[in-house]
Every structure is written in structure tokens, then in C-alpha cells.
Ligand binder design. Structure first.
Ligand code: FO1
Length: 310
């Protein structure tokens, strides 16, 4: 069994590659839920949504969020009524948020609501939210402090970041199955997601980081940074904002004491020696997943280095 800690983009591309090599029933993804927020009274969980849509074959893989071919009649109509439309929820996507909200109103936990969505959409991979408690990311910038989706979508991630906080994280508990998925894994992967606001909150839920530190299984991280730029998303601005170098060395320093090995891009080979001083092994390869072949090749190498090939 392989467990992947995941945000909403890079880690899921790797999961796509992994599923060519390992059975979905033997794959667990522990997903960040600190981007979750209430949209027009509905419970939206962007990283869970993207995970679900990808594994159900529904994802718009160009944007890497939302449902492919979705329409926006609801959004256009509520705009006419005067509601804000900066968060683009499509009509079919809306059904997911509505159904999740109804399940939670009925008393389902987020874990149970996610399992129900996965069952309906015939998803065999185990998708676990990091926690059933509410954790909310706030980004402090030069222009003020904003909830994550406002910082990233409404304000386009442009404001210079000064800090990040995760409200509710100290009181949160790992969701059922999360600790077991780490303890029972044949290998743990920290996917190439943003280490600050995607992987950061997962590791910040009390006892998840400690479990990973203690577990006697190989743990590999794939860097989300190539040279001094993130492959996608706001990781550069966020790393700078928390005072961490925007490089694979910076990423490795966040995971020091936690991972055995980091995959970095061939072009960053010169960082090998400095990363090794952190007590982390380094494997250089192409880490940019532009197509299915790249995903498969990277997944093959990760499985091999985890020693988890069948
Ligand atoms: N990202 C955008 O850049 N613009 C959007 O309008 C947007 C809408 C949206 C709706 C549902 C959903 O599940 C995700 C959505 N995302 C959108 C993605 C999301 O904001 C982020 O990419 C993640 O939170 C970061 O992992």
C-alpha cells in the first residue's frame, strides 16, 4: 500500500502515473482541506474536488480544477442577481458542493461525505481528508490578510506574502484512517505540491508529522520547485513569505527529519551536496510532468526508490 500526501495539482499528476503501476485499492491519498471554504452557503473543498474529479475521469485537466465541459448557467444567473462571480463554480461542479453540503447537514463527517461521493463515482482509490475539523488558511500580504481562495483566485496570488496562518489547526485531529494509512504503508510519498499551503497544513494537524517521523517506512518527497520557480501555483510567493529559499533546498529544509529522500530536477543537480547536509538523500531526474509518459516515468522511479515494486 502506498500513501500520498497531496494538494490539488502536482501530487495528483503523480497519482495518475502511480495508478499505471499500483492498484487503486492499494493507494491512499491524504488530501489538504485547509483551502476549504463556504461558497454561497455550500461546502467547497477544492483539493478534495480535484482529487475526486481526476479519479472519476471528470476533471478539466487543462485548468486542473472543475469538471471538463461544464457549463456556467447558475454562475451567470446569480451574477445578474448581484452575487460575486470570481469563484467559478460550474453547474455540474455545483452539484458536488450541494450534495456534500446536504450530507454534512445530515450528520456525515467530511470523511464519510467524501467516501460517499467516491462510492457514487466508482472511485477505488481511498481519498481521505486530512481532518474532519475545520482548518482555514489565511494569507497575510502587503495588502491585508485574506482567506486562501481570496488571495489565490480573487486577487490572483499577486500580493506580496508576509506570512501564513492555519486557523483551527491546533484543535484539529487527523481524520479516521489517516494515521493508519501512514503506519500500514509500504511507502509514503509527499507529492510535488506546495509545501506551505498544501502539504504544510496536512503536516500541521497534530500527530501527523510525528507519525511520519516515527514510522519505519521509506518516505520520499518530490520537489515542486525547479530552479527557483514552482512548477505551478503560488509556492514561490508563499515560500518567500515564510522566509524559506525558493529552491529544492528550501523545500528539503522544510521536510528535514521527515523524509529519507527528495527527488529534484536534473537542472538542480548542483544542490545535491547542500541537501545531503540536511540528512536527506537526493535523486536527480526530470520532475516536470508535462504528459502521461512523464507521469509514468516519474512514478516508476518513485516506486523503485521506495522499494515498493511488486
Ligand atoms: N481556481 C481558480 O483559479 N479559479 C477559480 O475560479 C476556481 C474555482 C474552483 C471551483 C471549485 C474548486 O473545487 C476549485 C476551484 N479552483 C479555482 C481551484 C482552487 O482555487 C485552487 O487551485 C486550490 O484551492 C489550490 O489547490
Amino acid at each position: 500500500m502506498i500513501t500520498v500526501l497531496s494538494g490539488g495539482t502536482g501530487s495528483l499528476k503523480l497519482v495518475q502515473g502511480l495508478l499505471n503501476l499500483i492498484k487503486p485499492e492499494e493507494t491512499t491519498i491524504v488530501v489538504n482541506t485547509a483551502d476549504d471554504f463556504e461558497w454561497l452557503g455550500l461546502y467547497v473543498s477544492p483539493d478534495l474536488d480535484t482529487s475526486i474529479y481526476l479519479l472519476a475521469g471528470l476533471l478539466d485537466e487543462n485548468k486542473f480544477w472543475g469538471i471538463k465541459g461544464d457549463t456556467f448557467h447558475f454562475l451567470n444567473m446569480i451574477k445578474r442577481y448581484g452575487y460575486e462571480d470570481w469563484f467559478s463554480v460550474g453547474d455540474r461542479d455545483l452539484a458536488t458542493h450541494f450534495h456534500r453540503t446536504m450530507l454534512i447537514k445530515k450528520g456525515y463527517t467530511l470523511t464519510e461525505a467524501t467516501a460517499s461521493l467516491c462510492h457514487t463515482l466508482n472511485i477505488k482509490v481511498k481519498i481521505l481528508p486530512m481532518s474532519n475539523e475545520k482548518v482555514s488558511t489565511f494569507v497575510k500580504t502587503e495588502k491585508g490578510t485574506f482567506p486562501f481562495q481570496e488571495f489565490w483566485v480573487k486577487r490572483k496570488g499577486k500580493d506580496k506574502v508576509l506570512g501564513v496562518k492555519f486557523e483551527g489547526i491546533k484543535e484539529a485531529k487527523p481524520a479516521p484512517g489517516v494515521i493508519e494509512s501512514i503506519n500500514k504503508a509500504d511507502g509514503v510519498i509527499i507529492g510535488p505540491s506546495n509545501p506551505v499551503t498544501s502539504i504544510g497544513p496536512i503536516l500541521g494537524v497534530p500527530s501527523i508529522r510525528e507519525t511520519l517521523e516515527d514510522v519505519n517506512v521509506k518516505k520520499i518527497c518530490i520537489s515542486p520547485i525547479v530552479s527557483s520557480e514552482p512548477i505551478s501555483g503560488p509556492a514561490g510567493n508563499l515560500l518567500r513569505g515564510i522566509g524559506v529559499e525558493v529552491s529544492s533546498f528550501g523545500v528539503a529544509s522544510i521536510y528535514q527529519g521527515l523524509i529519507d529522500e527528495i527527488f529534484i530536477d536534473n537542472c538542480d543537480e548542483a544542490l545535491t551536496e547542500s541537501i545531503k547536509t540536511l540528512g536527506i538523500k537526493v535523486f536527480c531526474t526530470n520532475i516536470i510532468m508535462r504528459n502521461e509518459e512523464d507521469k509514468m516515468n516519474l512514478a516508476k522511479l518513485v516506486i523503485k526508490r521506495l522499494g515498493a515494486e511488486k
